[in-house]
Design a protein around this ligand. Structure first.
Ligand SMILES: Nc1ncnc2c1ncn2[C@@H]1O[C@H](COP(=O)(O)OP(=O)(O)OP(=O)(O)O)[C@@H](O)[C@H]1O
Ligand SMILES: [Mg+2]
Length: 248
């Protein structure tokens, strides 16, 4: 299992805060897996994500993608963001163009692709996410579930190797969630790596092939769901024992 993305002893403190949001985080995200990132509120999941595409820079420690330490100059970040796509929990924050088509084409345009290539990428992503019939609609006139799929299409239009999703499905109904998982299944068949932050332990059990448990700004566990279920010490320490078995 080769690591696509690695954190090596990363510390990060938000300006003006007296505690570290990431406090010696070391973890590797293996390539080609469905990875669930879990951990209680404030454990550092979103902060971790904001380090993945170089939006935040560690105070100390290192983040590596495909074995290379991240560089934070503009050209390096641009190239990095072609490989790592992030969808945030609130799709509203991610959609800013007048129409769905414009929104989805923003990323590919920014990469400097030709008109023809942009159209091809937009069509591929719109098809994959089931939003072809919405392309001419204004983004503000979409439902929450539709917005989530459009935000996802906007990221997938750049054909990233790694898709990171920060609780994208938290506000979706079961049918909306089902559609997102259908998209994830197709991405897996294409060899993509997905990291999904979730509070839903059913997702861990039924979708993930690898789990990372964040606790107090560190990774308390990384391994398969079965390994986690068998690891009583970790389940106790992270408080998962109380919730995991209640919910079954
Ligand atoms: N913008 C910010 N400014 C200051 N502190 C922040 C900011 N965002 C997060 N933090 C702090 O950093 C720590 C990690 O927060 P983070 O948002 O990464 O957790 P999380 O695991 O994503 O939580 P949740 O499950 O609630 O989304 C917390 O202590 C939080 O209070
Ligand atoms: Mg969060």
């Amino acid at each position: 299992m080769s690591a696509l993305l690695e954190f090596d002893d990363v510390y990060y403190r938000y300006p003006g805060q007296d505690h570290y949001a990431l406090e010696g985080l070391s973890v590797a995200f293996p390539e080609g897996e469905n990875i669930a990132l879990i951990g209680r509120n404030g454990a550092g999941k979103s902060t971790l994500f904001l380090h993945c595409n170089g939006l935040y820079q560690p105070n100390s420690g290192q983040v590596r993608f495909a074995g290379h330490p991240l560089k934070y100059d503009r050209p390096s970040l641009k190239s990095l963001r072609q490989h790592i796509g992030i969808v945030f929990q609130n799709a509203d924050d991610q959609l800013f163009s007048a129409s769905v088509a414009q929104d989805i084409s923003f990323g590919p345009y920014n990469l400097g692709l030709s008109e023809t290539e942009v159209r091809r990428q937009v069509h591929m992503a719109a098809e994959l996410c089931g939003v072809v019939d919405m392309l001419e609609r204004p983004t503000h006139a979409l439902s929450g579930g539709e917005k989530a799929r459009v935000a996802l299409a906007g990221v997938l239009a750049m054909d990233p190797d790694l898709l990171i999703s920060d609780e994208l499905m938290a506000n979706l109904d079961p049918w909306g969630r089902r559609r997102i998982f259908d998209i994830f299944h197709q991405l897996r068949r294409r060899g993509k790596t997905i990291v999904l932050a979730t509070h839903d332990l059913n997702v861990v059990r039924r979708w993930s092939t690898y789990v990372v448990v964040m606790d107090g700004g560190r990774a308390a566990f990384a391994g398969t769901p079965d390994q986690l279920l068998a690891d009583e010490a970790t389940l106790e320490q992270t408080g998962l024992a109380q919730v995991w078995f209640d919910e079954v």
